[in-house]
Design a protein around this ligand. Structure first.
Ligand SMILES: *Cc1c(COP(=O)(O)O)cnc(C)c1O
Length: 429
């Protein structure tokens, strides 16, 4: 759809930019954005959209946040970047200290990376190096969940759902891992013997070659927007311990309050051996992620040849990103975030309830600041995206899933408009 007031630079996008999960040139329209502020996105043609996506879970405080802008510009005056090999700086040191303090107990070391996918790669490499150091070099495989999403790099892809993760395309080069069903037991429900059986059996049979179980705790995000029982997580944690397999919690989507707890592991009061955070870490300002691990893991890796962990990104612990992450966490913790998320949850439950009556809708589910309408059939992206924009909202469905994860600063009125837009758009034939 060509807009009347399309800026000249948008033609350069059409000519040169390859967008996420898109054809080139893009088959669907991409909307030129001029600016964003609070929960509003202003398009180049001056239309204003209410943001329902937080730029893929990240912008929890919304856009153009004074405290975060200030953090970036203060740091900019000191230094934009400095290598992390052999050097360190205050933002990284204090952010690491803060992450250790707020994540589940026992996660004591922080390895900074530049994106979520790389944080997952690092977690997988840590698990493998750990077992090498323990002289169990055969433990190199992973157990993952169906419907999982852990990122787009090769290691991360190898633990994504084999079907939606497109394993068939890269079959020859992807490491082979074990997959167990996505937990059928829902959030707030018990986990029956049956629900955990396949995990138990897989561990029983293969634990000698398995380094770790990797999962998104409680909320499976981009692979299906599914919320599962904290009891499953608790039992999976115990089984890992029993079979000497590490537990990697990928909190890249769930971290920093989105599910109603600061971290989704907190729903089950468990501490994983390794944990990945990203996305909302910097409040959506600058890409940054981190892989935390227990002292047992960091010390074991460091005590055996080669005596170091074999990873080190160029932009590791970028000072601008670390500084804004600190400011974002401070902003979150200084707010009544639990009450805010509860309030958003309540509004999502009420606001999306009418969608249940629609024939095309399979299910509506809400947890924390995540509202999901699952359709019976995949939506037509080109049509639905344009309708949402016409309705003045930014909502980007995928497959059968139409969902909201608004910035925590969303107003009641704006959130109602988002819910209403979903209902009206899905009601249209
Ligand atoms: C987004 C996401 C990733 C990948 O993060 P990127 O920053 O996009 O590389 C990994 N795991 C989960 C659970 C995610 O939601």
């Amino acid at each position: 759809m060509q807009q009347k007031n399309t800026p000249g630079w948008a033609e350069n996008d059409t000519a040169c930019c390859w967008h996420p999960y898109s054809a080139f040139p893009s088959a669907n329209p991409v909307y030129p954005v001029k600016s964003a502020d609070g929960f509003s996105i202003t398009l180049a043609d001056n239309r204003v959209l209410i943001d329902g996506m937080s730029s893929w879970w990240c912008a929890i405080h919304g856009y153009n946040v004074p405290a975060l802008n200030q953090a970036v510009s203060t740091q900019l005056d000191a230094m934009a970047h400095i290598m992390f090999g052999g050097l360190t700086h205050e933002p990284a040191a204090n952010l690491a200290d803060k992450l250790v303090a707020i994540t589940p107990p026992g996660l004591d070391s922080v390895f900074f990376t530049d994106s979520g996918s790389v944080a997952v790669e690092v977690a997988l490499k840590m698990a493998i190096q750990y077992w090498q150091a323990r002289e169990k070099p055969h433990k190199q495989q992973f157990i993952a969940l169906r419907k999982a999403y852990h990122g787009d790099t090769f290691g991360a892809m190898s633990v994504c759902d084999p079907i939606t993760g497109m394993h068939s395309l890269f079959n020859e080069v992807l490491p082979e891992n074990y997959f167990i069903p996505s937990p059928a037991c829902r959030f707030n429900q018990p986990c029956e013997t049956q629900d955990i059986l396949e995990l138990r059996q897989t561990l029983e049979k293969h634990h000698q070659t398995i380094a770790a179980l990797i999962l998104e705790p409680i909320v499976q995000g981009a692979g299906g927007m599914w919320f599962y029982s904290a009891d499953f997580l608790k039992q999976a944690h115990a089984l890992c311990h029993e079979y000497q397999v590490l537990l990697i919690a990928d909190e890249i989507a769930t971290g920093f309050g989105r599910s109603g707890k600061l971290f989704a592991c907190d729903h089950a009061s468990i501490s994983p051996d390794i944990m990945c955070v990203g996305k909302a870490l910097t409040g959506g300002y600058i890409t940054l992620a981190a892989t935390l691990s227990s002292t047992n893991i960091s010390q074991t890796i460091s005590s055996a040849p080669p005596g170091v962990f074999m990873h080190g990104p160029t932009f590791m612990a970028n000072p601008l990103a670390c500084r804004v992450a600190l400011a974002s966490i401070d902003l979150l913790l200084a707010s009544p975030w639990q009450a805010i998320i509860k309030h958003i949850e309540k509004q999502l439950i009420n606001g999306l309830a009418p969608c249940r009556e629609l024939d095309a809708v399979a299910e509506v589910r809400v947890l924390g600041a995540i509202g999901v309408v699952e359709m019976l059939q995949p939506v037509d992206m080109t049509v639905i995206q344009a309708r949402f924009v016409e309705a003045g909202v930014w909502i980007r469905p995928f497959g059968k899933l139409v969902y909201l994860m608004p910035p925590y600063i969303i107003s009641d009125q704006a959130l109602q408009k988002l819910c209403r837009a979903i209902y009206l758009t899905l009601s249209r034939k």
